[in-house]
Design a protein around this ligand. Structure first.
Ligand code: MLT
Ligand code: MN
Ligand code: ZN
Length: 303
């Protein structure tokens, strides 16, 4: 199985267009200890020819430019992208769907509540076409990914509910459900398992069991500490309020995953205020000492 990190930053990307917090300032000033990152997305493929996006970031066009396997190969209209699997309805995970609207056959996988909010959004009616199929994912039920033509593509995906919350833009109108935020286990025949969990509010025993034995864990690294955005003076919300566990702290990701049997562990969906973005920072060193790595755009894995 081929895995590519298309975007490793949280919503807003790194640096964020309107931010000069201490961490963003380094990127704007060209400091070599940091590198720019686009917004949260992954691409997976069994054969390197047909790809599925795990989330569709607003930066998808830039990500296609940076990742040649995702570029059109046949004359006329063509894309190696067969479909998109969504882990929630957050803007950084769905806004790229608008870019995928140009008469391209696709299949869209998401839980029923996420498909429902997309269907209710008039702007996304551009995707209401017979050649754009939808498939409702049910937690704990494995699906064999199909292309829009019904062909099986050699990847099995098992979605599972994770502690999270309804998308920010839906907070006023939608009731929270257990299927608002999912993680994905992805596996090709005979290959190691990928666990992809870009948004997660807490890590409990059930989640740890699910991920046990995975070859690769790509996990929510939004914030280093819960009140980081408030301390940086760029926002009023804590990580908890946004449905994101912090990396550090007693109930943080490092502590909760410390005994997990996983071959490689990476943080992604990293917010622009997070000091782990800075190579050599004390926080980055702490993450590395705990056996974690920081994902970056363009990174490739073979499982
Ligand atoms: C999040 O990860 O909390 C969301 O992407 C926030 C947002 O919609 O900007
Ligand atoms: Mn996000
Ligand atoms: Zn910033």
């Amino acid at each position: 199985m081929h895995v590519r990190v298309l975007g490793s930053a949280a919503g807003g990307g790194y640096p964020q267009w309107n931010c000069r917090c201490a961490v963003c300032a380094l990127a704007w000033d060209g400091d070599p200890r940091v590198r720019p990152r686009t917004q949260s997305s992954l691409a997976v493929s069994a054969d390197g020819a047909t790809w599925f996006l795990l989330n569709a970031s607003p930066d998808i066009k830039q990500q296609i430019l940076q990742n040649p396997p995702l570029q059109p190969r046949a004359d006329g209209r063509h894309s190696p992208i067969a479909g998109v699997i969504l882990t929630n309805a957050d803007l950084d995970h769905v806004a790229g769907l608008l870019t995928l609207r140009e008469q391209q056959a696709l299949i869209l996988y998401a839980t029923a509540p996420v498909l429902a909010v997309l269907a209710a959004n008039p702007m996304l009616a551009v995707l209401d076409r017979p050649d754009i199929r939808r498939h409702a994912l049910r937690p704990n039920q494995a699906v064999s990914l199909q292309g829009p033509d019904g062909r099986h593509c050699g990847l099995a995906v098992t979605p599972f509910a994770v502690p999270g919350k309804v998308a920010l833009w839906l907070e006023e109108t939608a009731a929270a459900t257990a299927e608002d935020t999912i993680g994905l286990l992805v596996q090709a025949d005979g290959a190691g398992r990928l666990a992809y969990i870009p948004s997660c509010a807490a890590v409990d025993a059930t989640l740890r069991q699910r991920v046990e034995g995975a070859a690769l864990l790509l996990f929510d690294g939004t914030l280093w500490r819960d009140d980081e955005m408030i301390r940086a003076g760029v926002g009023g919300k804590t990580g908890r309020r946004m449905g994101h566990i912090s990396i550090s702290g007693e109930a943080g990701a490092l502590a909760c995953w410390s005994s997990a049997e996983v071959e490689r562990k990476f943080f992604l969906h990293i917010n622009n205020t997070n000091p782990v973005l800075i190579e050599g920072s004390p926080e980055r060193r702490q993450v590395e000492a705990a056996g974690w790595e920081i994902a970056c755009d363009g990174q490739e894995f073979r499982l």
